[in-house]
Write a protein that binds this ligand. Structure first.
Ligand code: ZN
Length: 440
């Protein structure tokens, strides 16, 4: 080991080791820069790019495919956004299932599976997340990237200490148009001026309605808002996932103008063996899709959330399997602790009632949703989003006879529970899906 006695030699050795680590991590990092292939159904009529609605995005990492399914029959237009937050896999996969199976009969459907393409190109740092997961199809496993909540910092840097989201335009006009009919829109402060953490400057779902000359994320937001306006989108749906402890979960968050159709959809879903609630979009929380699409365009906007243990703070080790099966032993233990805690609280409350004393707490929730022992699988999460989509569109059609949006080929929650998501995806080399839809 005489060689290492020389400090110059030691320094060279350390530098060489550092270089090897950089090369390996750089190579791993770059693996996420290649988009996985998607296979649109035969109903596809046109592929555009997001930059068609905001030219400066062309040839940037923020540009992404916009898939248009035009029936050629007059009707309404539905927008599906799948990848606003690429670390929410069931959100992305739901839009891919629609893209790969959809046949539109009346009106148009526009699908943007990778809405923030620049957030698919890395994953959340220091979270020990996996970069890829695979979904089993009859012809083999299909790889998908497990991206980040935010635009990759190599494309938008540095973050400000505090981010104040953009005001954008179009609000006054839309507000004046709808305020009379929707008293719940009165006192609406309009977009922007919301103080957020610096990292949210790269969060697409805090950047709406966006600005044409803002940051990359704000320009992506601007392009989406412009698309909604110029394509006269009637109904816009944005898919998301959240950790089981996050209070907004298993819900459809509706803009005030969409509340009617979404509440009716909730009622329809109550027959589908699936619990979901409706929440109204807050006037005070700015920059979110359901808020700003509804406030600055004519679209009825709604956002869906499902619960994903892989995103949770209480999770164990993140694995591909955890993302796909939704099983995590740590959450089984959390549910067990929650049950024990509530047994104690109930016993204490019963004793207090007997003694005629007041008791402050009768039950407590650690998690916002029930996580069953077997987990909440990708099939279940995608099924929830699909079923909610089918019912919201059905409910929309009940009210908008003049602008119908009808389609077939899209499976629902029963199909996901019976056959699994892989049966409704193309194989890794493009062989068509073989899943059969159970009529309902
Ligand atoms: Zn999200």
């Amino acid at each position: 080991m005489k060689f290492l006695n020389n400090p110059i030699h030691r320094a060279h050795l350390l530098l060489a080791c550092g270089l090897i680590v950089c090369l390996i991590s750089g190579w791993r990092f770059r693996l996420m820069w290649t988009p996985e292939p998607l296979f649109p159904s035969s109903g596809l009529t046109e592929i555009k790019m997001l930059s068609d609605w905001h030219a400066p995005l062309a040839n940037t990492v923020g540009d992404t495919e916009v898939y248009i399914f035009d029936s050629g029959v007059p009707g309404g237009t539905l927008l599906i956004s799948g990848g606003t937050h690429p670390n929410e896999p069931a959100a992305y996969i739901t839009s891919v299932v629609i893209l790969e199976n959809l046949q539109v009969e009346e009106g148009r459907v526009i699908v943007i599976p990778r809405t923030n393409a620049a957030a698919f190109m890395h994953n959340d740092s220091q979270e020990a997340m996996v970069q890829f997961y695979h979904l089993e199809t009859p012809d083999g496993p299909r790889p998908f990237r497990n991206g980040s909540r935010v635009t990759a910092p190599v494309f938008q840097w540095p973050d400000p200490t505090i981010y104040i989201n953009p005001r954008g335009d179009g609000f006054e006009e839309i507000q004046a148009k709808y305020e009379e009919a929707y008293p719940s829109l009165r006192g609406n402060p309009g977009p922007g001026r919301q103080m957020l953490a610096g990292i949210d400057s790269r969060n697409l779902n805090r950047a709406f309605p966006g600005t044409p000359n803002g940051t990359l994320t704000e320009q992506i937001a601007y392009a989406v808002t412009t698309l909604i306006r110029e394509e006269n989108v009637d109904l816009a749906i944005d898919y998301h996932e959240a950790s089981p402890e996050y209070p907004t979960n298993n819900v459809m968050v509706a803009h005030q103008r969409a509340e009617g159709i979404v509440s009716w959809a909730e009622l329809l879903i109550s027959d589908d063996n699936m619990a979901i609630a409706t929440e109204t979009s807050s006037l005070q929380l700015r920059g979110l899709s359901h808020r700003e699409w509804g406030d600055t365009t004519d679209a009825l906007s709604v956002l869906f959330e499902s619960a994903n243990v892989a995103m949770g703070r209480m999770k164990g080790k993140t694995t591909e399997e955890q993302i796909v099966t939704g099983y995590d032993g740590a959450y089984v233990r959390v549910m067990h602790i929650q049950r024990l805690l509530n047994e104690r609280l109930a016993a204490r409350a019963a004793a207090a009632d007997e003694a005629g004393r007041q008791v402050s707490e009768r039950s407590r929730r650690i998690l916002a949703v029930e996580v069953p022992n077997e987990g909440i699988s990708m099939d279940e999460r995608v099924g929830r989003h699909l079923q909610s989509t089918l019912r919201v569109v059905e409910s929309y059609n009940d009210e908008h006879f003049d602008k119908p949006i009808t389609f077939s080929g899209v499976p629902g929650i029963r199909d996901m529970r019976t056959s699994g998501v892989g049966m409704f995806l193309h194989g890794p080399d493009g062989s068509p899906p073989t899943g059969e839809i159970i009529p309902f």
